[in-house]
Design a protein around this ligand. Structure first.
Ligand SMILES: *[C@@H]1O[C@H](CO)[C@@H](O)[C@H](O)[C@H]1NC(C)=O
Ligand SMILES: *[C@@H]1O[C@H](CO)[C@@H](O)[C@H](O)[C@H]1NC(C)=O
Ligand SMILES: *[C@@H]1O[C@H](CO)[C@@H](O)[C@H](O)[C@H]1NC(C)=O
Ligand SMILES: *[C@@H]1O[C@H](CO)[C@@H](O)[C@H](O)[C@H]1NC(C)=O
Length: 495
């Protein structure tokens, strides 16, 4: 098959149109005539013409165009990828990376696209561009790549940054919001508090966290990649990176939470009369001459002492320990392993302070599937840590939509909506599921049907006896699959 660019250039040369300059960054090959404009437009030294057409173009006065001689919307020699010709209802995962450009066609669904587009988005989102034939109806958008979030830089030199997902960018995510935050070596997230509860997973590096609760009990701990903290609403806390820096993921139980809307120690001092500060902290006015002139947000700090005891300050109320701990060293928990991957659960059974945060860290191997399931009462907030995968969300009564994810992406699944997560890449897919629930739980479709009277299942779904008899009475959680996701197109099998 001929390359699209080659085709375009051949046409361009034939029409003796000057060759276009490549787009900066090569965002694709949208370089033909489009919308009646034939780039490149001529370079002129003075303005001429008029901004509006004259009366000869009014209504039916304009000469009829000749469709045979006008710009063509045909796409010569479109390129197709493996599985693209298969029945659209098979919904095979289409890897568009080798197609230049990909075409929104699946089996008999769709047609070529001659118009303007951003090929990279289409390659990243094949299930939106050429949806499985089973997708139907209207589902809200349920994905947000952090790569599309505005990234707010810290104050001071290269101290860090934070980017977030909330209802401003993903309106359907009503109950949870997320922040991806970076702290440079020894940098702080300024002492602060907020109206939402905060659950966090360390992604890279280590930090020291500290807080003081309403009873005057203090808490300090050091946590590293894979560990978790929980800071309840209104409880002031500090976070400082160690010498290797840190990156962590924050999950809030308010969909419209914004990291830019927190209460800050610097602003608390700036927004109170100095007379009152002086009285409150028993200090002369001079003591306040060097307080920050603006919020600190994320900023560089002096290294924390390695010896945590030096930073363990307690009142008569003592320190918070045991069941009350605001951290959980989740990295030290061994995963539950099943064919196809592994899973670790953290919920109030072992981390009681986070009363309504239930999470699973899931690894799905290439070709494998996190089974079709739903969560009874809670929405699910996902974050993809590594690899690529796809989720189809089924919404009542008759809608579904399939979304593709890569590392750094946020997914959101409304409560009770059926969904699966399939690894669509060649590496392990690692992702986090977070629920607002006192227990991590789900309904497994396979187990539900296995434990439903056989005659009932058969009368509903007309599945062969052999399939019904083999349904698993225990939740599989993850299922192995063929690493070749288009094997069905050649008569192979999915698992
Ligand atoms: C750590 O600090 C505590 C409190 O200052 C001190 O008692 C202890 O000896 C220190 N430990 C080490 C190993 O330096
Ligand atoms: C802080 O000190 C208390 C005793 O006041 C102790 O029980 C607790 O383990 C210490 N915390 C750390 C992190 O060393
Ligand atoms: C921790 O929680 C368990 C189970 O709820 C309880 O039996 C135990 O007394 C608690 N321990 C402390 C120190 O609060
Ligand atoms: C996957 O299976 C299809 C259909 O049998 C086949 O055409 C294709 O070459 C296979 N891909 C790989 C990478 O083996």
């Amino acid at each position: 098959m001929r390359h699209y660019l080659g085709v375009t250039l051949a046409f361009a040369v034939a029409r003796t149109i000057a060759l276009p300059y490549p787009q900066i960054g090569d965002y694709g090959e949208n370089d033909g005539p489009v919308g009646g404009v034939k780039p490149p437009t001529p370079t002129v030294t003075a303005s001429s013409g008029s901004l509006r057409g004259d009366s000869s173009l009014l209504g039916g006065n304009a000469p009829l165009p000749d469709p045979d001689k006008s710009d063509s919307a045909l796409v010569p020699d479109p390129e197709f990828v493996n599985g693209q010709g298969a029945d659209a209802k098979l919904g095979l995962y289409l890897d568009f990376n080798s197609a230049n450009p990909p075409q929104p066609i699946r089996g008999e669904n769709g047609a070529t696209d001659p118009g303007p587009r951003t090929f990279d988005y289409e390659k990243l989102n094949p299930d939106l561009f050429a949806p499985p034939g089973t997708d139907a109806g209207d589902m809200p958008n349920l994905m947000w790549p952090m790569g599309l979030s505005h990234n707010r830089a810290g104050t001071g030199k290269n101290s860090g940054w934070a980017r977030q997902q909330n209802t401003a960018v993903l309106p359907a995510a009503k109950d949870m919001a997320g922040v991806d935050m970076r702290l440079a070596p020894n940098a702080y997230r300024e002492l602060h508090w907020h109206t939402a509860n905060e659950w966090a997973l360390m992604l890279k590096g280590c930090v020291r966290v500290a807080l003081v609760d309403d009873e005057g009990r203090s808490f300090v701990d050091d946590i590293c990649a894979g560990d978790v903290w929980f800071f309840p609403a209104g409880i002031p806390h500090s976070i400082q990176a160690f010498e290797q820096g840190a990156e962590f993921l924050l999950v809030f139980d308010q969909g419209d939470f914004t990291e830019d809307g927190t209460f800050l120690v610097s602003e608390l001092f700036l927004r109170n009369p100095i007379e009152v500060l002086s009285k409150d902290l028993r200090a002369g006015v001079d003591a306040f001459k060097d307080i920050p002139k603006d919020q600190l947000y994320i900023f560089n700090g002096t290294p924390a002492p390695k010896n945590i005891s030096e930073q363990n300050i307690t009142s008569s109320a003592g320190s918070i320990q045991g069941n009350g701990s605001f951290t959980y060293h989740w990295s030290q928990q061994k995963p539950f392993e099943v064919p196809g991957g592994s899973v670790k659960i953290l919920d109030p059974a072992t981390f009681p302070v986070a009363k309504m945060f239930s999470a699973a860290l899931v690894v799905v191997q290439p070709g494998a599937l996190r089974e079709i399931h739903w969560h009874t009462t809670s929405d699910e907030w996902n974050f993809f840590l590594q690899g690529s995968g796809r989720i189809t969300v089924y919404g009542a009564p008759a809608a579904s939509r399939t979304f593709d994810f890569t590392a750094g992406g946020v997914g959101y699944v409304p409560a009770a909506a059926g969904h699966y997560i399939e690894n669509t890449g060649t590496e392990d897919l690692i992702f986090l599921e977070v629920l607002q629930a006192p227990k991590f739980s789900d309904i497994s479709v396979a187990q539900w049907l296995a434990l439903t009277p056989k005659q009932v299942v058969k009368d509903h779904l007309h599945l062969p006896d052999s399939v019904i008899d083999a349904l698993p009475k225990e939740k599989p959680i993850i299922l192995t699959g063929n690493k070749n996701l288009t094997a069905l197109a050649g008569g192979g099998s999915a698992f």
